[in-house]
Design a protein around this ligand. Structure first.
Ligand code: ADP
Ligand code: MG
Length: 357
């Protein structure tokens, strides 16, 4: 039973509750009562010499491949989890401060829920926690991204078995949730970024054409698929001819791009099958009713849901607004912290600190 604390109560009145999706491709900040106020690419442009962040978010992404010689644009969470601690911290602080910009709140002492990949290590969890607290949070909680995605997608958390697959930029996160907790989870470092690389590699080896990551992503969104399309399409790809060194444009078809993506798509499907393989029979029986919900940007790959449904023989659907599920789910925690307690992630206490464990 909580004791009423007047100072905490007063701070609560004066602060914003934030839900943050710290994604490898996009970072979203959801302010309780306002909705999503920040939705920006997880990019930071740093000074090459000092490593000081110069631009963050959309402004940094715009510099990719066009940055002046002394700067470089990078993604601090690129390989699934946090590959650059300091820069991730700077980015998180920047977004938390920015979320407070247009509020009448005097003290930026917020309660914050941050989504973290289910494969995050203790060190990485600690880094996110510290970054959140040092950005001025009053309380920080962490939740595994697929659990947040499930809440945001409106799945019943308290009931029988449910499966969510969050396919983002750096990772695919799979979770089976039952009775308020995670039963099985899998984190796979194959997702949207890997698909972009597959396209780059395919175009290079088939056409001797070298294309950039942004062009590859564009082609993936326009033509990429996991299942034959009703009407196959074509698009122009621009890059550098590796033999002449000159710019060149060629036409590629959705059939070719599907072929390029097939191995990675298969890895994602096989990992989902593995997770099902491990599930206890009662849960499998539940899943035959509840189906599988897909979230994250890459869940929008054309034909992916159909392909999965075909291979797994369970109903599969894409959540409404799949790019914002995690941020919305993080925000919904504040509506009923007790209900979601089983899904929150703690950090191990520092064995050298004075607190008891
Ligand atoms: P993260 O959680 O890792 O930040 P997101 O859920 O924001 O990732 O998804 C970003 C990924 O989704 C990127 O790889 C992007 O290319 C991909 N993506 C976005 N829209 C589409 C689409 N319509 N089809 C296929 N992939 C898409
Ligand atoms: Mg995500």
């Amino acid at each position: 039973m909580a004791i009423w604390n007047p100072i905490k109560w007063l701070l609560g009145l004066l602060s914003l509750d934030l839900g943050i999706d710290l994604g490898t491709a996009n970072t979203l900040v959801n302010v309780r009562g306002k909705g999503i106020v920040i939705n920006e690419p997880s990019w930071v442009a740093i000074d090459k010499r000092t490593r000081e962040p110069q631009r963050i978010g959309a402004a940094a992404k715009a510099m990719v491949g066009r940055a002046p010689a002394n700067m470089v644009a990078m993604r601090p969470l690129r390989d699934g989890v946090i590959s650059e601690f300091d820069i991730t911290q700077a980015m998180l602080e920047y977004f938390i401060h920015k979320a407070h910009e247009n509020s009448i709140v005097l003290f930026p002492h917020s309660r914050v829920v941050v989504g973290i990949p289910s494969g995050a290590t203790e060190v990485e969890k600690r880094a996110v926690y510290d970054a959140t607290m040092s950005a001025g949070a009053r309380e920080a909680y962490m939740i595994h991204e697929p659990a947040a995605a499930a809440i945001g997608a409106g799945m019943p958390i308290d009931g029988y078995g449910n499966m969510i697959v969050d396919i983002g930029g750096g990772t695919t996160e799979i979770a089976i949730i039952s009775m308020g907790g995670i039963v099985i989870s899998r984190s796979l470092r194959v997702a949207g970024d890997e698909l972009d690389q597959d396209i780059i590699e395919y175009i290079r080896s088939k056409y001797n054409l070298f294309i950039g990551e942004q062009m590859a992503e564009k082609i993936k969104i326009a033509l990429g698929s996991a299942y034959p399309l009703k009407e196959e399409k074509t698009a122009d790809v621009r890059g550098r001819n590796l033999i002449t060194g000159l710019p060149e444009a060629i036409e590629v078809s959705s059939i070719e791009i599907r072929e390029a993506l097939a191995p990675s798509v298969q890895v994602i499907i096989d990992t989902i099958k593995d997770a099902l393989d491990e599930s206890p029979p009662e849960i499998l029986a539940d899943l035959m009713d509840s189906g599988i919900c897909l979230a994250g940007g890459t869940s929008q790959l054309q034909g992916l849901a159909e392909r999965l449904a075909n291979e797994i023989r369970v109903r599969v659907w894409v959540a409404e607004d799949p790019l914002t599920c995690v941020a919305r789910g993080c925000g919904m925690i504040f509506d009923d912290v007790e209900q979601y307690e089983g899904l929150l992630v703690g950090i191990e206490r520092d064995p050298y600190s004075s607190g008891q464990s």
